[in-house]
Design a protein around this ligand. Structure first.
Ligand code: ASP
Length: 444
């Protein structure tokens, strides 16, 4: 038996992550701010930063992220076309869409309300010095009207080339619908799309097996460069965001899942470990999407007809973790700048942050840019973002794990309510696990 088989994928990812963090700290200590430091080895001087941090770690991590992202567009398009054309009737599509979007918006509103309540109770911005702000260049957040117009593609090939997820979703749904209505030609095409979808999922599995190495490189680079000095001065802000993120990810989701579906939340959370770890280490819901899809369909038992719609949509519009950061950040900035927010302002924050999450792309750091839109709505200085930017990386990682978990939870609720759910798969602790290891022997 190989080592791989002895140790599960989750354990291997955790080992990769821990080793990466350790190596990162080690390099940070050795370099101690001197980027030019060299290691002399048998008379050979090795530039540590250039060779390892900006070399091996950087290249390894980037290749890992790129190969995950490589799958997103084909996966979303192909599986969504399959999902739409397999729906029994077209009216179920409207119901499915309504339920999914409704649940995404509601869970996000719950998340941000929790965040604001916690921030108001604890007061993370009281007594913080404004001078500690780093530089932050405000980039224009898109207007709400533009966010809606942008959903519709004028050129689907361009949408795919740009990876514009909402546009790809709209095109794939329409294409799948047309296939369902086309009789024989549609059926023939559906068979091809189903095969394509299986092959792409296999590729996801192969890449997941490389994750421990990818995660190692990402963590090693990040922890060499990450500064922890700012965390101390922003400890309260950091702590409130982190606590609410963990609470929402573990408690709120468990309660909502149990109440709406009766499913066992512990099984759900256990099966979500890999996807959450991917979200944490990549800071990108988009890059994690192939893994979320695999988890939701193969481990949690949601049928592809629902998951192919809910997962990509969630990775694009559902950002509970991001909304939590935005809720706490808004209160924090108001407290630092001594601005009193009214009840109307709070409601406005809930509304805009919920809508802003639709426009927040699932890539690292976008949540901060969309925060500008929320701040502007209630007349707070956008420059306040500069205060929190220093601690955002670690929070981004954690909130992405929450975002991804939220997508999977709503997928389970919708799948269950549409009877597109396989309870046996959900209950089977080993479901999907055997697919995780890829046997290359027959290629030889
Ligand atoms: N990194 C987050 C995600 O991909 C978005 C954000 O909050 O910046 O889900």
């Amino acid at each position: 038996m190989s080592n791989n088989k002895k140790m599960g994928l989750t354990a291997r990812i955790v080992v990769g992550m821990a080793a990466g963090i350790l190596v990162g700290f080690l390099f940070k200590a050795i370099l101690s701010g001197q980027d030019e430091r060299e290691l002399v080895f048998f008379g050979l001087s090795i530039p540590l930063k250039a060779l390892f941090v900006d070399g091996v770690f950087h290249v390894g991590g980037e290749i890992f992220i790129a190969s995950l992202k490589m799958l997103v567009v084909p996966l979303v398009f192909v599986s969504l076309v399959c999902g739409t054309c397999s729906l029994s009737d077209t009216s179920s599509l409207g119901r499915l869409g309504g339920k999914t979007i409704g649940l995404y918006l509601i869970t996000t509103a719950v998340a941000i309300s929790l965040a604001m309540t916690a921030a108001l109770l604890i007061g993370p911005g009281k007594g913080v010095d404004m001078q500690s702000a780093a530089r932050f260049d405000v980039s224009e957040a898109p207007s709400l009207a533009q966010v809606f117009i942008n959903i519709f593609p004028s050129n689907p090939i361009a949408s795919m080339a740009q990876g514009n997820m909402l546009q790809i979703i709209v095109f794939a749904v329409l294409f799948g619908l047309a296939m369902a209505l086309s009789g024989k030609p549609g059926e023939r095409l559906a068979a091809v799309f189903t095969d394509l979808s299986d092959v792409i999922m296999k590729l996801v599995t192969i890449l997941m097996n490389l994750a421990p190495y990818g995660v190692f490189f990402l963590m090693a680079k990040l922890f060499t460069t990450l500064g922890f000095e700012t965390i101390a001065s922003l400890a309260k802000y950091f702590g409130v965001v982190l606590t609410v993120l963990i609470f929402h990810g573990l408690v709120s989701y468990s309660v909502i899942l149990k109440l709406l579906t009766g499913l066992n939340p512990l099984i759900f959370l256990r099966k979500m470990r890999d996807a959450a770890l991917f979200g944490f280490s990549t800071s990108s819901s988009n890059a994690t999407m192939p893994v979320t899809m695999e988890t939701v369909t193969k481990k949690l038992g949601v049928k592809n007809s629902v998951a192919s719609f809910t997962v990509p949509l969630g990775a694009t519009i559902n950002m509970d973790g991001t909304a939590i950061m935005q809720g706490v950040a808004t209160i924090f900035i108001a407290q630092v700048f001594l601005v009193d927010l009214t009840m109307g302002d709070y409601l406005m924050v809930i509304l805009t942050a919920t809508l802003a999450s639709i426009g927040t792309a699932g890539v690292p750091g976008v949540g901060l840019i969309m925060l500008a839109m929320v701040l502007q709505q209630v007349g707070l200085p956008v420059e306040g973002i500069a205060l929190i930017i220093g601690v955002d990386r670690l929070l981004d990682m954690t909130r992405t794990a929450v975002n991804v978990t939220g997508d999977a939870m709503v997928s389970c609720i919708v799948g269950k309510s549409e009877q597109q759910f396989d309870q046996a798969v959900f209950d089977d602790a080993n479901a999907g696990v055997k697919d995780e290891s890829v046997d290359f022997h027959h290629l030889r």
